[in-house]
Write a protein that binds this ligand. Structure first.
Ligand code: BDR
Ligand code: CA
Length: 309
């Protein structure tokens, strides 16, 4: 199986991504590293453990990482995810342990120990843990097989400011390190994830997919209310599971190899992913930037796999 590290700030959609990975025999989750993002670190690390226990996997190693961006105060997203980050279905407090080691130290140690080119990183939140690891241990860059991340936007522009997507906005300095690292990148931006929308029929399919499907339907039901009330849309984008789905079924997605630079300075556009979609510069491509997903195929796979857990 493909070895991955999930770096995450759960978040209902992060939780669904973790469940999809744990439900997939093609993937070995080496560990989960929590970061501050949607809610503070004290909650994201607990949420990660709750989700592992829900999946019947208390053996998964969960590490706590950075509690604030590399150089800025933390911005959170309770307005979307609720106070706990996992509002919509209450899970019991976890009894599995949190690992002692700091997530950044564990990421560095793991990449130095495993054979080069065998570990894929899957960041689903702000890039603080990964940026800090690359900054502290530049030698790991050559050892990472690929970084497959949810973040950024091109045509869809922003969701936390008019210009920026949340994960990149929260820690643009960390994102800049990642995008300049030379590691092969796959980026699942809003352009893709805004096409993976929950609908009544898709939520009903989750709810019918066993105990875990019911939990997921509870979360998506909550997560949706923000988009429904604010934009009158039918459902909500299931952002982070797109990362795991791309690993499993890249044929469901379409994108382009482009150059992506991160704006970290401007007050107006901080966190913007400046993607050279039309190839108007001579900057070398550094990312596969995904623009399309077969949403029906994506939801079908997700529901089937959750039902198997
Ligand atoms: C991203 O921000 C978070 O709110 C979601 O979990 C996702 O990772 C979408 O912009
Ligand atoms: Ca997330």
């Amino acid at each position: 199986p493909m070895k991955i590290i999930i770096d995450t700030d759960p978040g209902q959609d992060d939780a669904v991504a973790i469940l999809l990975a744990l439900a997939s025999p093609e993937i070995e989750v080496m560990g989960i590293t929590a970061v501050a993002g949607n809610v503070p670190l004290s909650m994201t690390e607990v949420n990660a453990r709750k989700v592992c226990e829900l999946a019947g996997r208390p053996d998964v190693a969960v590490f706590a990482g950075c509690d604030a961006p590399m150089t800025r105060p933390l911005v959170t997203a309770e307005h979307v995810h609720g106070k706990t980050g996992l509002d919509g279905y209450d899970l019991p407090e976890p009894s599995m342990p949190l690992q002692d080691m700091h997530a950044v130290d564990w990421i560095i140690e793991t990449l130095r120990t495993e054979a080069p080119g065998t570990v894929t990183l899957c960041p689903l939140g702000p890039l603080t843990n990964i940026g800090t690891a690359l900054d502290r241990a530049p030698d790991i860059a050559d050892r990472i097989a690929r970084i497959v991340l949810m973040g950024g936007a091109y045509f869809e522009v922003g969701n936390i400011t008019p210009a920026a997507e949340f994960n990149i906005y929260v820690d643009p300095e960390a994102a800049q390190i990642v995008f300049r690292s030379g590691v092969p990148l796959t980026v699942l931006p809003l352009d893709c994830t805004h096409k993976a929308l929950t609908t009544r029929a898709r939520n009903a399919a989750f709810a019918a997919a066993g105990r875990i499907g019911e939990v997921v339907a509870g979360w998506t039901g909550f997560f949706e209310r923000f988009d429904k009330e604010k934009y009158g849309s039918e459902g909500a984008p299931l952002h982070d599971p797109c990362v795991i789905a791309w690993l499993l079924r890249p044929d469901l997605f379409r994108g382009r190899e482009v150059n992506v630079e991160i704006e970290a300075q401007s007050d107006l556009t901080r966190g913007m992913t400046v993607a050279d979609w039309w190839g108007v510069t001579d900057r070398a491509a550094n990312a596969l930037f995904i623009g399309e997903v077969d949403a029906d195929g994506f939801f079908q796979m997700l529901t089937d796999r959750l039902a198997r857990l």
